[in-house]
Design a protein around this ligand. Sequence first.
Ligand code: ATP
Ligand code: MG
Length: 214
Amino acid sequence: MDGITIALSKGRIYEETLPLLAAAGIEPLENPETSRKLIIPTTRDDVRVVIVRATDAPTYVQYGAADIGVAGKDVLLEHGGDGLYQPLDLKIAKCRMMVAIPAGFDYQNAVRQGARLKVATKYINIAREHFAAKGVHVDLIKLYGSMELAPLAGLADAIVDLVSTGSTLKANNLVAIEHIVDISSRLIVNQAALKLKRERIDPILDAIASVVGK
Ligand code: ATP
Ligand code: MG
C-alpha cells in the first residue's frame, strides 16, 4: 500500500492517541468502540487505521503490515522491539510496572534466605530480567490476566503487574513493594517504511511531537 497504515488498540490507547493524530489532520471516520470494522478510513485518504490487540501492535509494525503504531513500553519490552524505530514517548497510558505481594508476606526475608519465589505474571521477560538483575531466584508462571488472583489462590508468592492507582491491589489485599519501570506508550515506526515513505511519515511524526504532553 502506498498510503500510511496506523495500528492502534481499542480502549485507553485509542482514546489518548486521537488528539495526537488530530494534530496531523488524521481523524478516523468511524469509532472502533461501536463499529465492528477493523480497518477504519480517516479524514486523510492516504491514511487508514487498523484495530489490533494491544500486544499485537509491535508485530504489525515489525512486519510492515502497519507503518506506524502505538504500543505500551510494557508491550515493547516483552516484544523486544526488533524492526521497530521508537522515535517518540507519547506520555499517554502512564502507569508503573511493579512487584506486588499479599499484605503481610515477608518478601525481604524470603529473598534474603534465597528462597525460590513463585512469581505469576503476563510479563515473563520483564520479570525474568528484573529478578535476574537482583540475583533473586524465581519460578515464573505465565498468566494472561487477573494476576491479582494468583497469590490469593495460592498459585504464586508474588506478581509482576501494571499499577496505576493501586485500587485493584488494595481491593485484593496486595501491596506493591518494588518498582520495576515507568510505563507509557510509544510511537513505533517500521524501519523500512521510515526510509521508503519518509515524505509522508516525517510530517506525521513532527505534528504529533509538537502536541505531545500538551
Ligand atoms: P485487555 O485489557 O483488553 O486485556 P490490554 O490490557 O493489553 O488488553 P489495555 O488495557 O488497553 O490493553 O492496555 C494497553 C496499554 O495501556 C498497556 O500495554 C499499558 O501500557 C497501558 N496500561 C495498562 N493498564 C493501565 C492502567 N491501569 N493505567 C494506565 N495505563 C495502563
Ligand atoms: Mg488491560
